[in-house]
Design a protein around this ligand. Structure first.
Ligand code: FAD
Ligand code: EPU
Length: 348
């Protein structure tokens, strides 16, 4: 295990934040991981692609970096194909690998940054598909005992940007691999957002798996900032689920508001719309700001710190709450004690 150099975790997080941790060690298999877990004295942070993290400048933890490789077909039954991938594989590489083999089910999740092992943590989702729809099982190591356990879909308790690994089992497990149930003849999901429009623009009438994947890539590239160009962690907040009655009230002041069904008597509102209408879109505050094309994405223009980004997030949240009566909850994992300021209980 090596101490970190001054440049620290900057290359390992898409926000591009400098972070000096206590130590750093990559692992490519379960045995090495077990060894590092036993050697680390004090807290441990499991790192994947670092695309959903807001890191502090000093982190009193040892960072263990998941590099477990592998993408394999492990079982086939008719059109159904079970695919297992190592937790350290890049998620998007798994998507393109599946598409190349004619396997459908995750093409709408193309270009989501990060690793396979982190995908179940928040049940990644985009363009009308969530991981839970194709998830079969995962294997994880218990940090305290080093024992391996399987979790099936029900045990993962997936929800919108949520799973048991963000709730009761938070920080207890390291996900080693994930098994998905893909299909040679998938039901393509074309109804979300601009997918049909993008397909029509490309002159595609009867889309195949690859066409959907490419359409999603084009849409994402036109909307979301590339972390290679400008530091960010995707949506900073989750889209809030509110009572339908609140939507009715808000319409009286704000007119038509985009929304999605979210169960009996509830709707999901786009946080990006709320933040834009509150006047924050494109705002720049010193070294950080709100992206000019997507108000839900906070950006690091270079050299920003966790404290600066958190201060901006708190001001946005306070303002949205005052204007709309809606509390925004972060999607990004705020590492270190400062994250408590964004807990729903400490809402200001
Ligand atoms: P990290 O950021 O490294 O870690 C995230 C959390 O998971 C941390 O708490 C970490 O400790 C934990 N963790 C990581 N790996 C493991 C493991 N193997 N075992 C146990 N715990 C682990 N998300 C979406 O859902 N949909 C989107 O459309 C989307 N678009 C994005 C676009 C951009 C430009 C960016 C930057 C991010 C986007 N995200 C999106 C968020 C992010 O890509 C996902 O949350 C992704 O799954 C994070 O993976 P990661 O490997 O980078 O995790
Ligand atoms: N909107 C605005 N202004 C903005 C941004 C959005 O008015 O600045 C409106 C749009 O016009 C649209 C609605 O909000 O009516 C939704 O916008 P968009 O389709 O861009 O999606 P989103 O709700 O902002 C969610 C996910 C993304 C995912 C996309 C596509 C969350 C928190 N975010 O964003 O996931 O890629 O849908 O499915 O659910 C992520 O989790 O990091 C992420 C990027």
């Amino acid at each position: 295990m090596s101490p970190l150099h001054p440049e620290s975790l900057r290359p390992f997080n898409t926000f591009g934040l400098d972070c000096q941790a206590r130590g750093y060690a990559p692992f490519e298999d379960a045995d090495t991981l077990r060894r590092w877990l036993a050697e680390a004295d004090g807290p441990v942070l499991i790192l994947g692609g670092g695309s959903n993290l807001l890191l502090p400048e000093k982190l009193d933890a040892t960072v263990l970096h998941n590099r477990i490789p592998g993408k394999n077909v492990i079982h086939t039954e008719g059109d159904q194909v079970m695919v297992q991938a190592g937790g350290g594989e890049r998620w998007h590489d798994l998507v393109t690998w599946a598409v190349d083999y004619g396997l459908g089910g995750i093409e709408n999740l193309a270009l989501i940054p990060g690793t396979v092992g982190a995908a179940p943590i928040q049940n990644i989702g985009a363009y009308g598909v969530e991981l839970t729809q194709v998830f079969h099982q995962l294997e994880a190591i218990e940090r305290s005992s080093g024992q391996i356990r399987c979790f099936d879909r029900e045990e993962c308790r997936f929800g919108y940007r949520d799973s048991i690994f963000k709730q009761e089992e938070k920080d207890r497990w390291v996900i080693l691999n994930v098994t998905l149930r893909l299909s040679r003849r998938p039901q393509l999901q074309l109804d979300y957002g601009d997918i049909r429009k993008a397909l029509a623009a490309a002159g595609i009438g009867s889309p195949e798996i690859r066409d959907v994947c490419e359409a999603v890539i084009r849409i994402r590239q036109s909307k979301l900032p590339d972390p290679g160009q400008i530091g960010n962690a995707g949506s900073f907040f989750k889209n809030p689920v509110v009572p339908s009655a609140l939507l009715d009230n808000l319409r009286e002041t704000w007119g038509e508001i985009p929304h999605y069904p979210a169960g009996e008597g509830q709707v999901k509102l786009p946080a990006g719309w709320l933040i834009e209408k509150a006047g924050w879109k494109g705002t720049r505050r010193d070294r950080c700001g709100v992206h000019e094309k997507q108000a839900l994405v906070l950006v690091n223009y270079g050299g920003a710190t966790q404290q600066e980004i958190l201060a901006l997030a708190l001001d946005i949240r306070r303002d949205v709450r005052q204007k709309f009566g809606v509390l925004l909850v972060p999607e990004v994992n705020v590492i270190g004690g400062s994250g408590e300021a964004l807990d729903p209980d400490s809402a200001s």
